[in-house]
Design a protein around this ligand. Sequence first.
Ligand code: XLS
Ligand code: NI
Ligand code: NI
Length: 437
Amino acid sequence: MMNEFFPDIPKIPFEGPESRNPLAFKFYQSDKKVGDKTMEQHLRFSLAYWHTMTGTGSDPFGVGANLRPWLSISDPMEQARARMRACFEILEKLQVPFFCFHDRDIAPEGETLRQTNKNLDQIVEQTRELIASSGKKLLWGTACLFNHPRYVHGAATSCNAEVFAYAAAQVKKAIEVTHYLGGQNYVFWGGREGYDTLLNTDMGLELDNLARFLHMAVDYARQIGFKGQFLIEPKPKEPTVHQYDSDVEACLNFLRKYDLMDHFKINIEQNHAILAGHTYQHEIYTARINGVLGSLDANEGAYLLGWDTDQMATNIYEAVFVLYEVLKAGGLEPGGLNFDAKLRRPSFEPDDIFIGHVAAMDTYARALEVAHKLLSAGEIEEFIAERYKSFGEGIGKQIVDGSVGFTELETYAMEHDQISNRSGRREMLEAIINRYI
Ligand code: XLS
Ligand code: NI
Ligand code: NI
C-alpha cells in the first residue's frame, strides 16, 4: 500500500455503527449489497481534486491554512507530482474508486499555452501510470476557465473572440486528456459564463456563442473517439451575478433550444441547488423526469449563507431524498457521487481529509440503506399513486388519453360541480420517513 504522505493513516476499516473511531466506517462497506448492487456500485464515490488536493484553505479574508505534506516542495512541477501520488494514497486508504479534476488543478500554468500543455502532459503521464497500477478511475475531467485573469469576462461567453479561441484550445486539450485517462464523463461548469451587469452585455450573442462552443466540443469528441458523457453543471450565481446555466430547468431550455439534448446530461450540486432556491431533490427529480440525470456533486451548503460553501455532506435526512431519486432513476452510471466539498478552514490538519470523507461516505451509505428500504416498502409510492388515481379512470383517463377538450370538459363539469378533495397528509408522510431513518 502507498504510505508516503500519511504514514499514520491506515486503510480505513469498517467498524460498524457502535465504533467511536473517526477514521473507521460506521456504515460504508464497499461490497455490501443493497438490493441488486453493492454500495460501491450504487454510490460511485469520487474525490474532487481541486478541493482535496489543490485547495489551500484560503478564503477571501485569509491565506491558506491547510497543513499538507506536499506543500513544502517548492518546485511547482515536483509539488504537482507529489500531490498526484498523495491523491492515489488517499483514494486507496479511503476506498474511493474515482476522482475528478480541472486541468489546472493537476499541473501549473506555464508562460505560454504550449508550455502549459507540456506541464499538463507530464502530470497526465504520471496519472495514467497511477491509474494503471491502482485500478482507480477518472469519473470526469474538466477545464478551469475561470481562474486566470484572461477569463475576467467569461470564456465561451466572453466579449473577446480571442478569449473564446483560447478557451476552445484549452477545452480541446482537456477533452484529449480526459479521453487518454479513460474518463467516463466530461463536465462543463459555467465558471464565469454569465454577466455582471446587462449594461455592457449582449446576452443573445453570449448564449449563442456558448452553444457554438458546446457543439464544437461535441464535434471534437466524436472526431477523437471520446465516448464519455458530456455534463453541464448548473449554478445560479457566484462568481457572476447571474450565471447562464442557473438551474436544471434553465439548462434544459438551453439544451433544447440549441439542439444539444442528445449530447448532454446534467451534473447536479446540492449547494448550487439551494442557491437557486430549490432543494437538491427538486433538481435531481427534474433531471430524472427529463432523462438528463448525469452525475452528482455531492456536498452541502450552509442555509444561512448566500454562497457556495461546499461542505462535506453529513445531513442524513437530506441525503435520503438524494438516494431515493437516484434509486428511482436506476442509478447514476456512468456518473457518480463526487465530493465537490472542502473541509472547513479550521479543519486544517491532514487527518481531516480522511475524517471528512469518512463522514460523508457514511452519510450516503446510511442514506442509501434508508432510501432502499423506503422504496422497497412502497409506502410513499402507494400514497402518491392513490392520490392521482382519478387520472387512471373516467374523465381523468380521457384527459390523459387526449380524447377530450375544453368543450367536453365543460359538459362534464356542468354535471359534476360538487367536488370533494382529500388531504395531502404531508405530516403523515414526514412521519413515515422518520420511521425508516
Ligand atoms: C463550482 C463548481 C465547480 C465544478 C467544476 O462552484 O462546483 O467546482 O464542480 O468546475
Ligand atoms: Ni461542482
Ligand atoms: Ni460548487
